[in-house]
Design a protein around this ligand. Sequence first.
Ligand code: ZN
Length: 709
Amino acid sequence: MPTPLPETEDAATAELAALAAAIAHHNQLYHTDDAPEISDADYDALVRRNAAIEAAFPQLIRADSPSVQVGAAPAGHLAKVAHARPMFSLDNAFNAEEVADFLGRVRRYLKLADDDAVALTAEPKIDGLSCSIRYENRRLVRALTRGDGQIGEDVTANVRTIADIPPTLPDDAPDVFEVRGEVYMAKDDFAALNARLLAEAEGTSREARQFANPRNAAAGSLRQKDAAVTRERPLRFFAWGWGETSDLPGDTQSAVIAAIRAWGFPVAEAFRPGGTLEDALATYARIEAERADLRFDIDGVVYKVDRLDWQQRLGFVGRAPRWAIAHKFPAQQAQTTLERIDIQVGRTGKLTPVARLTPVTVGGVVVTNATLHNADEIARLNVWPGDRVVLQRAGDVIPQIVDNLSRDESRGAWPFPAQCPECHSAAEREPGEVDFRCSGGLICPAQRVERLRHFASRHALDIEGLGITNVESFVRDGLIHTPADIYRLTKEALLARERWAEISAQNLIDAIDAKRAPPLDRFLFALGIRHVGEITARDLARRYRTWAAFQDMIARMAARRVDLKPALGESDEKFLARTARELAAIVETPGIGPEVALALADFFAEEHNTQAVADLLGQVTPAELVHETRESPVTGKTIVFTGTLETMSRDEAKAQAEALGARVSGSVSAKTDLVVAGPGAGSKLKKAGDLGIEVIDEAAWAAIVAAST
Ligand code: ZN
C-alpha cells in the first residue's frame, strides 16, 4: 500500500518542502550533471507523491512546485526581473452564488443600485503559463513569466520563438505597452510532443520524460535555458490583458483587447454577456458546452468589469483585483463499469495497466479507457473487472479513476500478470520500484523498434545509416526482428524497396559489415540490458575483457541463484534484495552493485534473450578489450571533476582520466578517490572536504596527465 497522505497542513507543508528540494536535486543531477542517483521509477514516485499531496492540499502548493517545473531545465538559470506593474492573481468563484456575491460587491463598492447593469467581459480561462511581454517603441524588448507576481523570469529569447507573438507592433500602438496573456500548448500538440520525446529518448538505460498535461508541457518548454529547445516546442499564446502602458487604446476592457487583437495577437474569444447575473451565467454555460471541442484546456470563465474607469476605482484587495473573478468549472465526474484490465507494453518494456471501461461521457468527452498507472494503484483502488468506478477529468486530458464504488478489501488486490502480454517473457519488478517490466528485451515486439534503434545507435554498435527511420520501416515490413537480422540484410532486399539505389544500399551493407567485431563494451551496451549504460558496460568489459569470460560469470550467477532460497519469514522483497547482493559479489566489478547484477541475471535468465544473443554471436564476434590505458598514479581510482575547468572541456578531462585507467563519476561519495576542483566548485567540494577526500586543482591534474604521457 502507498504511504498515507499527511494528516495536517503542517505535515503536508514540511513534506512538500522536502519533496521540492529532493526533486530539484535529482533534476540537477539528471539534466546538468548527467549523473542520476536514483532510477526513473524512484524519481517518478517522488513526483507522484508530490502531486498527490498537492491534490489533497491545493492551498499549500509552493511557488516553486516541482509539478510546474518537472521536465524543465533546473530552476534558477533564468534571470529574475521585477515587473513594471505587478501581475495580479484572480479570486475564484465555484458556483452561481459566489458570482452573484462578486457582482453585489462591485455594485456596493461603486454605489450602484441593485438593478444597475454592470457590463462585463467573459473569456475562457486557459490553463497555461502567464507572461508579460513588453514593447518599447513598438519593438519587443522583454518577456517575463508571472513568477510570484512581483518578480518574473526573463524568457525574452524563448518568447521570440513563439509565432503567435509579433516581434513588433504597428505604428499606431503606444510607445510603451506590455501585453499580458497565457503561453499554452494545444491538446493535440501536447500529445504529439510526448510522442516525440518518447521517440527521441536515447536508449541509454533511461526513459523519456513525459509531461503530465499541456500546462506542464507549456511551462517546461518555455522555461528552457536554451531558446532553441523552446523553438522546437509548439507553443501558442492568447492575450487577455496588459501591464504598464504609456497610453491606452480604449476606455473599456473589450476595446483595449480589440486593439491588441488588431496588432496581431490571438485573444481569448471575448464575450460581452450584458449587465446581469443571468447574462453572465448563460455565457458561462455556453463556454462550458464548447469546452470539450476546444483545442486547448480551459478550467473556467473569467469575468471582468468592462469599464476601465470602474476598474480603476475598484482597485485591488491584496494581489487580486476587485473587478475580476474566475468562475471555475466543477471537476467533471461520471460513474461507469470497469470491464477489464489490459496491460500495455511501452517501447522500453514498462508494463502499464489500462482500465477498459463501459463508454461514458465525462464533461462532453466519451471515455472508454483510463490509466491505472501500476500495480500499486490497482491495489490502492482495490479495483477488479466488473467494479463500478468513478471517473474524473480535471485539467488533465487523461481521465483518472478516483474512486471504486465496489470496493471489497476481502478480495485482496487484482493479481498483476506475471508475463508480458506481447511476448510472454517474465514480468519483473525490482526491489523498491513500482513498475513491472517485460524482461524479453531482445524479442518483445513492443520493444523491438526501440531495442534495434539502440543497438545500432552511435554509442552502441554505431552502424551508420541505420537510424530510427530505417529501423522503423524495416521492422514494419518484417525485414528485421532481432539484432542478428541486421547482419542478414542483403543488398538485394534493400534494392527491392522504394527509394533505395545501388549506392545507398551498398553503403548500408558496408556500414553493417564494418561492425562485425565490435569492442566488448559497445556490444554489452548495445544489448540494452536494463541499468547497463555506457559506463557500466565499460566497467564490465574492463573487468572481463572477453565475451567468454563474461559469459562464464553469467553462468556462475545462474548457478548460484538456483541455490538461493528465501529464509523462513523472509519477505519477497528482502529475499530479492539479498539475492541481488549475492549476485553482485559474483560480478565482482568496481562500480557495479546489486541493481545491475540483478538486471544482468534477469536478462540472461530469459531464454528468449539467450537465444537472440546466441543468434547474434553467429554474426558478430565481440573483440577482446585491449589494454588501452596508461599506468599512472590515478589508474583504478574514481575521480570527480567539479567547478569550471579553464583549459579543457569536461569531456576532454573525462577522456584524459579514462585514458589513465581512472573512472569518472558525477557525484562525490565515500568511493571517490580524488576531486579535481576548478573555480566555482560548490557542494561537491564541500562534500569532498567532509569525507576527507583529496582535492587538487586543474594545474595539478594537468601535471599528472603530463607525467604519464
Ligand atoms: Zn514483452
